[in-house]
Design a protein. Structure first.
Length: 163
């Protein structure tokens, strides 16, 4: 299940679940944090699994400080850096990056956090170059790099060929 699906309908999706594992995409953004807080608010123990070496590093520092205060004393286990390997029977097997050891964590529900995509393309008949967060939420550096690449490509096409 995706984080977006969980956040849209948590009451139904968490009904009858005894534990949640949130598998972050490594960017440590609000989608993963939202899934964690939603499951905790339902009174469930949560394991956050992320391939990166930091927790919630994709959110602003001032928000992270407040987040850590909200999470203090809650039933949250963080597995870093680790990747999900397989899931069956209410158990998620994760492998830690440094030593390759596999661990079983309780996971009545596995939530996958990933790049959000638009549901539909606005104005599909209009030609356009999509850059950065026009397609999916990204950091400023990603959008800037993609914008620069698009500008260089447009410059190579010449002014009469820019759309």
């Amino acid at each position: 299940m995706t984080a977006e699906a969980l956040l849209r309908d948590p009451d139904v999706l968490l009904s009858g679940v005894d534990s949640v594992a949130v598998c972050d995409d490594g960017f440590g953004g609000w989608s993963g944090i939202g899934a964690v807080e939603t499951a905790l608010a339902a009174g469930l123990p949560v394991t956050l699994v992320a391939p990166g070496a930091a927790f919630a590093h994709g959110i602003p520092p001032e928000s992270r400080t407040q987040l850590l205060e909200r999470l203090a004393g809650r039933p949250l286990t963080v597995r870093l850096p680790a990747s999900p390997m397989r899931s069956a029977g209410g158990v998620l097997v994760v492998r830690t990056a440094f030593d390759g050891v596999e661990h079983e964590v309780p996971a009545g529900l596995v939530v996958q956090v990933g790049t959000r995509r638009p549901v539909s393309v606005p104005f599909p008949d209009r030609p356009a170059t999509w850059i950065g967060d026009a397609v999916a939420p990204r950091g400023v550096s990603h959008a800037t790099a993609e914008g620069r690449a698009a500008a260089e490509e447009a410059a190579l096409r010449g002014p009469d060929r820019v759309r």
